[in-house]
Design a protein. Sequence first.
Length: 230
Amino acid sequence: MLHHDLARALQDLSVLALPVLLAITSHEAAHGIVAYWLGDDTAYRQGRVSLNPMRHLDPFGTIVLPILLYLTVGFLFGFAKPVPTNAGRLRSPRRDMVLVALAGPAMNIGLAVLSAALVYVAVRLPSVARPWAIDVLQTSVSINLVLAVFNLLPLPPLDGSHVISSLLPRPLAIRYASFGRYGILIVLALFFIVPQLTVRLGMNFDPFTWLIAGPAEWLYGLIWRAVGLA
C-alpha cells in the first residue's frame, strides 16, 4: 500500500514538474536565442541558450516558490534566472529589446498550442501510458499560458516591463526599470499578501485571478477550440 501511494505521489508530481521545467527552461532559452539572432551573444557565451534546466535554475523561483505555491494554493508555478541581454550589442536596441522580451511569452504560447495538438498522439498510446500523457499535456497547456500571461505583466523585471521601457523616453525608462529591484517583493505582496488582507476586510479580491488566471483561462479555451478538441 505504501509503495502504491509513493508511486502515485511521484506520478502526480511528474504531471506538474515536467511541464513547469520545460516551460521555464524554454522561456529563458527563447530570450537568448532571439537576442543571439539580433546580434547579442551575451547569453550564448554564458551557456544560457540551452534547454538544460540546470543552466536556468533560480533557487527561489525554480525551487522555493513552486513548493510554496503547491503547499498553499495547490498550484505549481515558478520562474528561472533571467537571461542576460546587452542592449548595446543589439542591432536596433529599442526595437530588438521588445522582440527579445516577447520571445519568452511567445515560446510559452507556442508550447501550449503544441501540447494541445499532441493530445491527438497521446490518445493513441497504450492504455497504461495514455492517462498520464494526456494529464501532462493538459497541464502543459495551463502552465505555459499562466507563465506567458504572468511575464507580460508590466512589472519590472518581467518581460512586459521591457516592452514598456522600450517605448518610454530614456529618462523615464531608467526610472521605471529601477523598480526591478523590488519586483519579487511586489509579486509576493500582490499575489500572497493582498488576497489575505482583502479576505480579512471582507472583500475577497484575488489579483491572481484577475490578472493571470482569467486571461490564461480565456487563452486555454481558445487553444482547445483551435485544435478542435473543445
